[in-house]
Design a protein around this ligand. Structure first.
Ligand code: SAM
Length: 287
């Protein structure tokens, strides 16, 4: 069946070819041309599924000739599909420019949903998932990464990052330093593949495990970090810090009483905040 005058945005597997949705195969077989991030990689996928539609290399910095060729096809009533190397196009992948253009010139844009590494990782992470922030790749320089992580320090929702295996250790160190050693985090590696691994721990423990086991620095990686706990507007971050330090050594009631004396903030407010934070306290066993 031929399909005219539409741009299909088609998701493909992130590892396991059995995750290819039947509708994606059907569309890729029936369109007139497939715009692909890397035509060599896509040829392997096409071979597996018996697809012989012509491929054209496309990325967001492709020269105007590529866009012109797609325009001529779509304007003459033909159809085009857009795919990336893996997962959903436009999500840390090329396609934005083409889809934006498609809307501007009035072509139909039709999604064929399927795999996506970030959402797959979130679905198994065990971190709050009602709201989340997709960050994609952090800057590759240490200074840039730290700047961005500091901006994210108070983000209340679960944050999802892509990370390259060779930067994982450095990235975890910076996350621990900027977001806090106790912040819950998840390493989701090689999803849908043979060595699929999902580790849920604090940033400090995750760092130690990845440092001790080079195997955990291989393959494709999504990192998720729990959002910051809400700050208590009733007192300043300095008082919070003082209270956290005291609580590391003393029982919560004593820590709150001492912090109240030093800061002038009500003991009850300080105690309630301390309990709500579930911080590891030095006197946790005491009352
Ligand atoms: N558009 C893709 C998607 O929808 O998932 C993401 C493309 S982005 C260029 C590639 C990054 O996605 C990888 O570096 C890794 O962080 C993550 N990723 C892709 N496949 C993965 C997998 N099987 N397991 C874990 N992470 C994966």
């Amino acid at each position: 069946m031929k399909r005219g005058n539409a741009l299909y945005v088609v998701a493909t597997p992130i590892g396991n070819l059995a995750d290819m949705v039947p509708r994606a195969v059907e569309i890729l077989k029936s369109v007139d041309l497939v715009a692909a991030e890397d035509t060599r990689r896509s040829r392997k996928l096409f071979h597996h599924f018996g697809i012989d539609t012509p491929l054209l290399a496309y990325h967001d910095h492709s020269d105007r000739k590529v866009l012109e060729r797609l325009t001529v096809l779509l304007d003459s009533g033909k159809s085009v599909a857009l795919i990336s190397d893996a997962g959903t196009p436009l999500i840390s992948d090329p396609g934005y420019r083409l889809v934006h253009h498609a809307h501007q010139v009035g072509w139909r844009v039709i999604p064929i949903p399927g795999p996506n590494a970030a959402v797959t990782a979130l679905s198994v992470a065990g971190l709050p998932s009602g709201r989340f922030r997709f960050e994609g790749f952090l800057p590759t320089t240490r200074a840039g990464r730290i700047r961005r992580l500091r901006e994210l320090e108070s983000e209340p929702d679960t944050i999802i990052f892509h990370e390259a295996p060779h930067r994982l250790l450095a990235c975890l160190e910076d996350m621990r330093d900027c977001l806090g050693a106790e912040r819950p985090a998840v390493l989701a590696r090689e999803l849908t593949k043979l060595f699929e691994t999902i580790i849920n721990d604090s940033l400090q423990k995750l760092l130690e495990r990845v440092d001790a086991d080079p195997q955990q620095r291989r393959g494709e990686i999504v990192l998720l970090v729990a959002g910051a706990k809400p700050r208590n507007a009733a007192f300043s971050p300095d008082v919070e810090r003082l209270l956290s330090m005291l609580a590391a050594e003393l029982a919560p009631k004593k820590a709150a009483a001492l912090a109240a004396e030093i800061s002038g903030v009500s003991k009850r407010k300080l105690y309630n905040w301390l309990v709500s934070q579930e911080l590891p306290t030095g006197g946790a066993a005491k009352k």
